[in-house]
Unconditional design. Structure first.
Length: 362
């Protein structure tokens, strides 16, 4: 990792201090502080991204993931271009402002062409009105460029963990952390707004690891953060961890990670991950009060949702897009937050990065 980016030890120490605020009182303080930073930097408006999980066909074997290639117990599916466009039109008509396309990772030409073609069609909706984020794993710089030229302007690629040993264990494909970090650099060079994140509470992951993760986000000048708790999936090699899994502890750690990230990174977008709601009924709303400002409601047709389970206990499997819309709107408004309808909701950090004069002096 050294070759990619230099981590600032002072940032690691500060992050560690924040993450260690684990008693009920200290955590409440931490969340208040993070919420204050959120109000000062990105404000109380929650932006929505309609999430289309368009295929669970995956060429990789990440140990934690329910749609890993070796899991023969999940039926494989892919949406047609028309089905994706239906979801995109619904997202536009319901004023979500932005769309996220996510799928299992594939690197073959047919897939790359399909995504490119679909992106061009999506950009025709409302004359390019929809913001488009993609989350399609590790690809070559050329592929990232083609998809950017076709209309995607944000990319989510979680680094998963910046601990190289843990990374290597969890990713048996022979791919390493450095390669993944290089993808983030390539994405930024191409011109994307770049999002990354980690899983929180992985086996053997320490508070030091998480503190270094935050310092990595900072050193990479990341625009968007998507991260959530690790949750064991029953059809993966990590299934046995379910026995000792403590949802309460995992949830609290995830919230502290979100809060510490907000305090240190300030003006980035941070998603309230769906996995938080798998652990606690009001998980996503609680994250909004601990620094998150983005929610990604699922807009995939209900019949496909059950087959896209990366972790157990995923919410919203039987609901449709309309039900999730009403449900989430109520959840957000119940927190006293407002919803930024019909807007892209770019992170101020991105504007400041491409136009440094806009960077707030601190
Ligand atoms: N628990 C929590 N998050 C998971 N992801 C994959 N499997 C799990 C799991 N078991 C996350 C990874 C990936 C994102 C799409 O989903 O961080 O990048
Ligand atoms: Fe899907 Fe609440 S967000 S049911």
């Amino acid at each position: 990792m050294k070759h990619i980016v230099e981590i600032d030890k002072k940032v690691v120490a500060r992050a560690k201090q924040l993450l260690a605020m684990d008693s009920a009182d200290a955590a409440a303080d931490l969340f208040r502080q993070a919420y204050g930073v959120k109000l000062d930097t990105v404000g109380p408006t929650v932006y929505l991204r309609g999430l289309v999980e368009f295929s669970n066909i995956c060429s990789r074997n990440c140990l934690y993931c329910g749609i890993r290639k070796s899991n023969r117990n999940t039926p494989r599916f892919r949406l047609s271009k028309e089905e994706i466009l239906d979801a995109a039109r619904w997202t536009y008509q319901n004023q979500y402002g932005s769309l996220v396309l996510q799928s299992g990772e594939r690197n073959d030409d047919e897939f790359i062409d399909f995504v490119e073609d679909t992106l061009r069609e999506i950009k025709k909706i409302g004359g390019g009105a929809l913001g488009v984020t993609i989350s399609l794993g590790e690809q070559t710089r050329e592929t990232y460029q083609r998809w950017f030229d076709a209309g995607a302007h944000r990319y989510l690629l979680r680094i998963e963990t910046t601990n190289p040993t843990l990374y290597a264990i969890l990713h048996p494909d022979g791919d390493n952390l450095e390669k993944r970090a290089r993808c983030l650099t390539a994405l930024r060079d191409v011109g994307y707004q770049v999002g990354t994140g980690v899983m929180i509470g992985l086996p053997e992951q320490t508070i030091d690891d998480l503190a270094r993760d935050i310092a990595f986000f900072k050193a990479m000048d990341i625009d968007m953060i998507g991260m959530g708790p690790f949750i064991p999936h029953h059809d993966t090699p990590l299934a046995d961890l379910a026995e000792s899994f403590d949802p309460e502890k995992q949830f609290n750690l995830a919230l502290r990670m979100i809060a510490a990230t907000r305090i240190i990174l300030e003006d980035v977008n941070i998603a309230a991950a769906t996995a938080l709601q798998a652990l606690k009924e009001d998980g996503r709303e609680r994250a909004l009060k601990a620094g998150a400002n983005i929610i990604m409601p699922n807009v995939t047709a209900t019949k496909y949702r059950r087959a896209y389970q990366l972790y157990d206990n995923k919410p919203c499997l039987d609901e449709n897009s309309n039900q999730c819309k009403t449900c989430l709107a109520n959840r957000i408004l119940s927190q006293g937050e407002s919803i930024g309808l019909g807007q892209w909701g770019d992170a101020p950090h991105f504007a400041a990065r491409v136009n440094p004069e806009k960077r707030k002096l601190s």
